[in-house]
Design a protein around this ligand. Structure first.
Ligand SMILES: [Zn+2]
Length: 294
């Protein structure tokens, strides 16, 4: 097997495991449906075998996932908005109770931090982090899974304490924001947009498919600029999101995120961003002005 094939096997195994847990099935139920033995299914889930294409399509139909998109990305994504109740009530993922209330973050919003974590600390370290924090790493292969903001804060705090995430690393952190796959299937919306300001507006429309920790609103717009407000959800007062270590890190991240997103699929920078007022420095909300580069 070459390395591309090996990657396909590992990614497919992860999706099979993840989808089964998502739908609350045990191995024997899935094996019976596919007409294979439980030990065969176990080998699929542990990347020791790859399914035939007919097994793969049968599996995806059974699980209600898209065969082509899921195979390519390794993620399951139904593009749902944050909801008060769990969108997958039958799912079997282990999630520590400290992350399991006020589910205002979708996994989609955590992905840039996970990618950075893996890039900085190495493959396997994220699984270890999950193990130490009692959460199933497969949970993060379902972009519509929900948890509270504490998980993101824990990731940021860990990276800062290890000395691999500083203010000066923000641009590196948001680098992948201009690439399609980090947005899951939402990239199909973004692929149709033509300019930086149109892209940012589309992102704001989709914000609840990422998180509702903050409320994003388009305040003003003209041909060259947009004014966007970002206000904390009242529920955030229960979370330690602007402590001594973090400071205004989340605000800085959002600014860089918007700026990078305005350059979706482009090599250069297509927008500038200026903050007019900041929630982290005494105001009720942050106000950003985003200008297209002439
Ligand atoms: Zn701010």
């Amino acid at each position: 097997m070459n390395s591309k094939e090996q990657e396909d096997v590992v990614r497919t195994a992860a999706v099979i495991r993840t989808a089964r847990k998502l739908r609350g099935k045990i191995q024997i139920e899935v094996a019976n449906h596919l007409g294979v033995s439980q030990s065969f299914l176990s080998k699929l889930e542990h990347a020791r075998l790859i399914p035939s294409s007919s097994q793969w399509f049968l599996f995806c139909r059974f699980m209600g996932i898209n065969p082509a998109r899921t195979f390519e990305s390794g993620f399951i994504d139904h593009c749902l908005s944050v909801a008060g109740n769990n969108p997958y009530p039958q799912s079997l993922f282990k999630v520590h109770p400290r992350y399991d209330f006020h589910h205002t973050s979708k996994v989609r919003s955590v992905l840039p931090f996970i990618q950075y974590f893996t890039a900085q600390l190495g493959e396997g370290k994220f699984d270890k982090f999950c193990e130490e924090n009692s959460i199933d790493p497969d949970f993060f292969r379902v972009l519509d899974n929900q948890l509270n903001i504490t998980f993101t804060l824990d990731l940021i705090t860990t990276l800062m304490k290890k000395g691999v995430l500083k203010r000066t690393d923000l641009q590196k952190l948001v680098q992948p924001i201009s690439t399609p796959l980090i947005h899951g299937n939402l990239h199909e919306d973004y692929d149709q947009m033509t300019g930086p300001l149109e892209l940012v507006q589309c992102l704001i429309q989709n914000k609840e498919k990422y998180e509702t920790n903050f409320k994003y609103q388009l305040e003003e717009k003209d041909n060259r600029s947009l004014v966007v407000s970002v206000a904390p959800n009242p529920v955030l007062t229960q979370f330690d999101y602007k402590n001594e270590l973090l400071g205004d890190f989340l605000c800085q991240y959002k600014q860089q995120y918007f700026k990078r997103f305005a350059s979706y699929k482009a090599a250069g920078e297509l927008a500038t961003i200026e903050e007019k007022q900041c929630h982290f420095h005494g105001h009720e909300r942050c106000i950003y002005e985003i200008r297209a580069v002439a």
